[in-house]
Design a protein around this ligand. Structure first.
Ligand code: ASP
Length: 307
C-alpha cells in the first residue's frame, strides 16, 4: 500500500476529512467513558518527533495522542544533538525516522516536509512549517467548527497576522474546501497572501478583506484570532509593533457585537490580542479547540497507519 503523509491539507480528499471528523467525535465520546478504550491501537508502534521550533500544544497533543493509543514516541532533542555540528535536516530526519513507524516534523523551512517524505519510507506529518502550512491545526480547527455547528459551511473571521500565520493559511484552504466563507481581518501589511485567497476563490469561497473586526462582527459564526508572529516579522514592522503593541485586542466589547451562537477561536499561544476577560464568555472555545487537538491527532495517526 502507498505510504501516505500529511504535509498539506491538499494531501487528503474532502471525504477523508469528513471521515476524520466522525472518527474524532467517536474517539472523544468513547474516551470520556473509558480512558483505556484505544490503548491497543498503537501497541508496539513507535513514532519519531523532531521539532526545530518551540511548541506547547502541538508537541504535547501528539504525545498525549500517541500515549492514549498505547504507542510510544521518541522525541528527538535537537538542542543536545549533532544538529549543532552541522548535520543536515534530511540526514537528521533519516536518523530520527530509523526504526520508527511515523515521523512528526516542525521546521522553519517551507517545503522541508515534502523533501523529508521523499527520502524516508514512513508517513510524515507536518506539525508546522515556517510561514507555510500547519495542516494538523486546520484539522482540529475545522473539527471544532463541525462539532459546534454540525456543519462546516460557516462564516469565519480570520484576524491578526494573516501574512505569516501558518494556521490561517491551512485553515482558509481547508475551510474553502468544506464550504466556509472568510473575512480576512488584518492591517494591510499583514493581509492574507494572494495565493491562498486565489486558492479559496477558485473553489467558490467568498473572501473579503477588512482592517477592523467591528465591520463584520455581527455576521460571524467564528472569530479566529491569531497573535502577531513577531519572530517572523521584518525588522521595520517588528520595531513598529514593539512601540505600538499588537494591532488588535479582542475584548468583551467586541464580543458584544457578535451573534450569541457564534464562537471565538485561537490557535494559541495568545499574547496581547485576546483579553483574558473573554475567557468566561460561553463563546470562548479556544481551550476546547486546543483539547480537540488530542482527539483529531489520534484519528489522524490511525488514518495514516491504516489502523
Ligand atoms: N501555535 C501555532 C503555530 O505554531 C500558532 C502560533 O504560534 O501563533 O503556528
Amino acid at each position: 500500500m502507498a505510504i501516505r503523509s500529511y504535509i498539506s491539507v491538499d494531501d487528503f480528499a474532502t471525504e477523508e476529512f469528513l471521515q476524520l471528523f466522525t472518527h474524532t467525535a467517536e474517539i472523544k465520546k468513547n474516551l470520556a467513558m473509558n480512558r483505556a478504550a484505544y490503548l491497543d491501537k498503537l501497541c508496539g508502534i513507535l513514532g519519531g518527533m523532531m521539532f526545530y521550533e518551540p511548541s506547547t500544544r502541538t508537541s504535547g497533543s501528539f504525545e498525549k495522542a500517541v500515549k492514549r493509543l498505547g504507542g510510544q514516541l521518541y522525541d528527538f532533542n535537537i538542542a543536545a544533538s549533532s544538529v549543532a555540528k552541522g548535520e543536515s535536516v534530511l540526514d537528521t530526519a533519516c536518523m530520527v525516522a530509523g526504526g520508527t513507524e511515523f515521523l512528526i516534523v516542525r521546521h522553519p523551512q517551507q517545503g522541508i516536509g515534502r523533501q523529508i517524505a521523499n527520502v524516508i519510507n514512513i508517513p510524515v506529518i507536518n506539525a508546522g512549517e515556517g510561514t507555510g502550512e500547519h495542516p494538523t491545526q486546520a484539522l482540529l480547527d475545522m473539527y471544532t467548527i463541525w462539532e459546534r455547528f454540525n456543519k462546516t459551511q460557516v462564516r469565519i473571521g480570520l484576524m491578526g497576522d494573516l501574512l505569516h500565520g501558518r494556521t490561517c493559511h491551512s485553515l482558509i484552504k481547508l475551510g474553502a474546501r468544506l464550504g466556509a466563507h472568510f473575512f480576512c481581518i488584518a492591517p494591510i501589511a499583514l493581509q492574507m497572501p494572494k495565493e491562498y485567497i486565489a486558492y479559496a476563490e477558485s473553489l467558490g469561497c467568498i473572501v473579503s478583506a477588512h482592517e477592523t473586526a467591528e465591520e463584520v462582527a455581527g455576521e460571524l459564526d467564528v472569530l479566529y484570532i491569531t497573535r502577531l508572529q513577531k519572530e517572523r516579522l521584518p525588522q521595520a514592522l517588528r520595531s513598529q509593533y514593539e512601540i505600538e503593541g499588537s494591532p488588535y485586542n479582542v475584548t468583551p466589547a467586541l464580543l458584544a457585537h457578535m451573534p450569541v451562537e457564534s464562537i471565538v477561536m485561537h490557535p494559541l499561544p495568545r499574547v496581547d490580542e485576546l483579553s483574558v476577560e473573554c475567557d468566561t464568555d460561553p463563546r470562548a472555545w479556544y481551550f476546547k479547540q486546543a483539547e480537540n487537538g488530542i482527539y483529531t491527532r489520534m484519528a489522524l495517526i490511525q488514518h495514516l497507519l491504516s489502523l
